[in-house]
Design a protein around this ligand. Structure first.
Ligand code: UT7
Length: 334
């Protein structure tokens, strides 16, 4: 059993097409001020025809591998977190594997919605520490733009989400090395499954997974009880962050950078304020990318990597919440 795994490289990719709040005003009854005030979002990225989730994941993965000085063939497992799978099956990870030019590398999709990347990182960490895999590519990838209701009826959800992908390479740390994934803590509460969900298509719906009635009722678009989700977030984020820090025998002051899931700038500002975290220690990109669900945290991490902010000794706390409900936190040292 390897004592520790570390993050050896990070990369991200977002589509080139920028969709501003003003662009959304053309499609639905919304306005820039409402969106900015409630969420902090100014613009997001959408794919263009022909672009797929696996394309985004491929570019992010190639950048993560390059950052780690590795080639795709050096990876011996791919774990991809998504709530917007390219097809019902096989998972997006299989298309990614093919596009990376790999022909025998095991891969799997993992579904834990906005906490998905932390579930993937936890899985990668455990796989490497078990000794069965040397290098695991952990990816978060979402294409929301093709699955949201871009009319006034869907505006409460639609304005929040964007497309993007982020990836990290997790590998065994050298003996005695200070860098590593120090702690991961995950939680879930299926009792709240319907508070933020996509009901159709459903394999539990007979005789077929979706019918005209469901489509007419727009039940093939995600639905959210925004206030409930907000409450869940502001309670669970601080709780699980403190739990992970305590397990790592660290205090809030020991953390150099906080990477919160980018669901809503107001949620993150509220949590940081409650815990007394200085704003300059909290990274955010929701202004530019919106909520990219499982991709939000690895995109933040990759941006920090590319900006040279993850220098040796830097301690990072990643914390997320989302549909399921799900929530979790991971502490890593670089
Ligand atoms: O990864 C997890 C993802 N989800 C979240 O993190 C969401 C957490 N929840 C939230 O961030 C907030 O609940 C929202 C930002 C989604 C909404 O803020 P809110 O203060 O809870 O607004 P609300 O849903 O109570 O709606 C207030 C008003 C309503 O109008 P009336 O009934 O007061 O006349 C809505 O119809 O705002 C209206 N509204 C909009 N107006 C303009 C809802 N969406 C929009 C919109 N543009 N896009």
């Amino acid at each position: 059993m390897t004592t520790r795994a570390r993050i050896a490289g990070a990369g991200f990719f977002v589509p080139e097409r920028v969709v501003s709040n003003h662009d959304l005003e053309q499609l639905m009854d919304t306005n820039d001020e409402w969106i900015r005030q409630r969420s902090g979002i100014e613009e997001r990225r959408y794919i263009t025809p022909g672009e797929t989730p696996a394309d985004l994941a491929q570019r992010a993965s190639q950048r993560a591998l390059a950052a780690a000085g590795l080639e795709p063939r050096d990876v011996d497992l791919i774990v991809l977190a998504t709530l917007s799978s390219q097809h019902e099956f096989p998972g997006t990870s299989f298309f990614l594997q093919r596009q990376l030019g790999l022909d025998d590398t095991p891969c799997m999709d993992l579904r834990a919605q906005c906490t998905g990347f932390l579930y993937a990182l936890t899985t990668a960490n455990a796989m490497v520490r078990s000794g069965q895999f040397q290098r695991v590519l952990a990816v978060g990838c979402e294409v929301h733009s093709t699955g949201i209701d871009l009319t006034t009826e869907g505006r409460d959800v639609a304005v929040l989400f964007g497309d993007g992908a982020g990836a990290v390479v997790v590998e065994a740390a050298d003996a005695g090395e200070a860098a590593g994934i120090l702690e991961c803590r995950l939680h879930a509460q299926g009792a709240n499954a319907e508070k933020l969900w996509l009901e159709f298509p459903s394999s539990g719906h007979t005789p077929v997974r979706i019918d005209h009635e469901a489509i007419d009722q727009k039940r093939h678009f995600p639905r959210m009880e925004g206030r409930q989700v907000f409450k869940h977030a502001v309670t669970r984020l601080p709780e699980v962050l403190l739990e992970a820090l305590s397990a790592a025998s660290l205090k809030l002051e020991d953390v150099d950078l906080f990477l919160f899931h980018q669901a809503n700038l107001r949620i993150n500002e509220y949590v940081a304020n409650q815990l007394g975290i200085p704003p300059e220690k909290c990274l955010s990109n929701i202004q530019r990318y919106g909520n990219c669900s499982a991709a939000s945290i690895p995109i933040l991490l990759a941006e920090a990597w590319e900006a040279g902010r993850l220098t040796p000794g830097t301690t990072v706390a990643m914390t997320a919440f989302g549909s399921g409900f799900s929530w979790g936190s991971a502490i890593a040292r670089f």
